[in-house]
Design a binder for this molecule. Structure first.
Ligand SMILES: NC(=O)C1=CN([C@@H]2O[C@H](COP(=O)(O)OP(=O)(O)OC[C@H]3O[C@@H](n4cnc5c(N)ncnc54)[C@H](OP(=O)(O)O)[C@@H]3O)[C@@H](O)[C@H]2O)C=CC1
Ligand SMILES: O=C(O)C1=N[C@H](C(=O)O)C[C@H](O)C1
Length: 247
């Protein structure tokens, strides 16, 4: 069988460079093209699957090009709102054979942590998230933390659980974090960190902490390579690696 021809968008970035190395070392795939900021997307025309780790401001234009060209896409770039996802679905209506996989986090442990948090949410009215990242990260909160908060909020809604009480009446701006739906998310940025998330639940006389640490960007690669292999057989939009892992 001929190797999967993979294009990488953002190939000189922290994630893109790691993806190029991973594809080069993987069986059954090869690099078809790499594109960075300021370069023409047309170089990707010969790729079967393109991996995008660029910037929230760039990713929608990239995706529109890929869908129009009939190229499957595996996207790790953050910044996907419900509205953006709906736009991608709209583009895919005229290209039903194209697969797009968008995942806020490709690390297995992060995907499991999100699923465990989703399972725990109906048992605990009070939940807060702390995400910790390197200080070169452009967006806050992280896409993973935002997605985790949405999953917790959705699980509570489905179970009819109201968010827990919080007696704060006086607050320095930002001290209680950002609200994603009804879940508070706190963002830490420090050199030395890679990507970390702690999901905290509080109940009667107990707390539950679910923590995941990516200590190296290699932690994302098994998920990205799985996505590259699977996206060709999954037409339409898939959001979250959990769907590919059948979790
Ligand atoms: N889903 C997941 O598992 C993960 C997701 N991410 C996400 O991936 C994204 C990238 O992260 P990271 O690699 O750390 O960031 P970097 O800034 O290191 O890399 C981004 C790269 O993309 C380039 N770029 C920007 N715009 C374009 C464009 N229009 N076309 C092609 N290339 C472009 C940048 O170039 P220049 O510097 O010149 O602007 C840079 O080289 C972020 O949104 C991050 O949150 C990160 C890790 C894991
Ligand atoms: O920018 C990063 O580094 C990461 N971004 C993603 C996010 O925002 O969730 C995934 C991971 O946390 C690393």
């Amino acid at each position: 069988m001929s190797p999967i021809r993979v294009g990488v968008l953002g190939a000189q970035g922290r994630m893109g460079a790691t993806v190029v190395q991973a594809v080069e070392g993987a069986a059954g795939m090869e690099i078809a093209a790499t594109v960075d900021a300021g370069e023409s997307l047309s170089a990707l025309a010969g790729a079967e699957v393109v991996v995008d780790f660029t910037h929230p401001d760039a990713v929608m234009d990239n995706l529109r090009f890929l869908v129009e060209q009939g190229i499957h896409a595996v996207v790790g770039t953050t910044g996907f709102t419900g509205e953006r996802l709906e736009t991608v679905r709209e583009w895919l209506r005229s290209k039903p054979e194209v697969g797009v996989l968008i995942a806020p986090n490709f690390a297995l442990g992060a995907v499991l942590a999100m699923r465990f948090a989703q399972q725990a949410a109906r048992f605990y009215a009070s939940a807060e998230i702390i995400e910790l990242h390197h200080n070169r990260k452009a967006d806050a909160p992280s896409g993973t933390a935002a997605h985790t908060a949405e999953l917790i909020a959705q699980a509570r809604r489905e179970a009819g659980v109201q968010p827990g009480t919080d007696a704060t009446t006086s607050e320095v701006d930002g001290a209680r974090g950002a609200l994603i739906e009804d879940v508070r998310v706190h963002s830490v940025r420090l050199p030395g960190l890679v990507a970390h998330e702690e999901i905290l639940f509080g109940g009667e006389g107990e707390t539950l902490s679910i923590r995941h640490d990516s200590l190296d960007r290699v932690s994302f690669m098994a998920g990205v390579l799985l996505g590259v292999r699977e996206v060709r057989t999954r037409p339409g939009l898939t959001v979250g690696l959990e769907n590919v892992l059948d979790l």
